[in-house]
Design a protein around this ligand. Structure first.
Ligand SMILES: Cc1ncc(COP(=O)(O)O)c(C=O)c1O
Length: 368
């Protein structure tokens, strides 16, 4: 542990001043403080190590006085901000304890108990795995050779018993994005037959101008649910807050089964995060810079990769990911797990500039 790291760790463990805790740059420059045993650089879960911003830290501390109260009465401002951002009403918004809660809630409500769900494979599995646990049959439709959702094949799997069709766009773990018109017409046509869930966890990272959110369909009153999260660009993965957007009758139905709901700190953190444009822009810029560094390394190594519309990059190593993961871990960097059947691909998240430099060094050593 370097002396700087050690000092940071002691401060975060409670010996330091509040001022240091309130300095986002300090934590961001040494994210390995969470992995004190191994000091691993964690580029495995698509987090944003620059968060939370200083303004958000201060807002959370200022909300301490309210923590003795139940949080439901304090949701209004955030709901209004979210509704305004998407051109919807507060009746279209359900705040959840991380979008994972919304994914599970929807899988359970619409897809479980003997119903079928259609989803791509590989895809982010929170919704499908949870619904399967409660008796859903999951149609796992392999992604195409371009690693995109195969929308035609997904459409063919829809039956009268389909409770929901899950689309993750941009997709995790592939980082791909569907062509705008194709995505819109698929969701629109499928929503006439069953519910469509559009997971937009990485929407903020999309650089294609005017790329449509499926909130456009929610606005039209279609049978569509959209999920968003504060875990990625806002850097709030640990505080657990996200939201669902859907027609008021769908929101009402989902609200009946919600279990956790966001806590007070999360609500105040999210309100401030939405106001903090400087941090938002910095996060996007840093992500872009990190991806460019990773692309450059992959080009030097001659490895195939998918241009990413997220905060991670998916690339082909040609070797079993377990072997690659262990070798890169030995260099101090944790990369993503296996995403079967693409076992010779590797998913790495962007981190701080320093972290990405370490990653690129490790990649060059292990993959040359
Ligand atoms: C596609 C996708 N959706 C949802 C989530 C979960 O986000 P949250 O932290 O809001 O539960 C993730 C997390 O990595 C993700 O990749």
């Amino acid at each position: 542990m370097s002396s700087f790291n050690r000092r940071q760790w002691l401060q975060l463990a409670g010996y330091g001043s509040l001022a240091t805790l309130l300095t986002p740059g300090a934590a961001a420059s040494t994210p390995s403080h969470f992995a004190k045993a191994e000091e691993l650089i964690r580029l495995s879960s698509n987090e944003n190590p620059y968060g939370p911003s200083q303004r958000v830290r201060e807002a959370m501390i200022a909300s301490f006085d309210k923590v003795c109260r139940y949080p439901s009465r304090y949701q209004q401002e955030l709901k209004e901000m979210v509704a305004k951002k998407h051109g919807l009403t507060t009746a279209h918004v359900l705040l959840v304890a991380g979008s994972t809660e919304g994914l599970k809630l929807c899988g359970l409500t619409y897809g479980a108990h003997g119903k079928e769900i259609v989803a791509a494979d590989p895809v982010f599995k929170a919704l499908t795995a949870y619904a399967e646990h409660f008796g859903s049959y999951i149609h796992q439709v392999p992604v195409g050779a371009d690693l995109q959702h195969d929308l035609e094949a997904m459409d063919e799997r829809i039956t009268q018993n389909t409770g929901l069709v899950f689309v993750c766009n941009p997709n995790n773990p592939t980082g791909t994005i569907l062509p705008a018109e194709k995505m819109k017409s698929f969701c629109s046509s499928v929503s006439e037959r069953t519910l469509v869930f559009s997971d937009e966890a990485y929407f903020d990272y999309i650089e294609i101008p005017n790329y449509p959110s499926m909130t456009e369909l929610v606005k039209k009153g279609d049978n569509v649910v959209v999920s968003r999260t504060f875990s990625k660009v806002y850097g709030l993965a640990g505080i657990r807050i996200g939201y669902l957007l859907a027609r008021p009758d769908i929101i009402q139905r989902l609200g009946q089964s919600i279990m956790a709901r966001p806590n007070m700190l999360a609500i105040f953190a999210a309100v401030e995060a939405m106001k903090d444009e400087g941090f938002y822009k910095m996060s996007l810029a840093k992500n872009k810079e990190g991806k460019a560094m990773i692309y450059q390394t992959l080009q030097e190594l001659g490895l195939e990769y998918v241009p990413s519309h997220t905060n991670f990059v998916f690339f082909k190593t040609g070797k079993d990911i377990r072997e690659i993961q262990a070798a890169i871990r030995a260099e101090g960097v944790l990369v993503g797990r296996a995403f079967p059947p693409l076992r010779d691909w590797c998913r790495v998240s962007t981190g701080t500039t320093q972290e990405v430099e370490m990653l690129c060094k490790a990649m060059k050593k292990v993959l040359s």
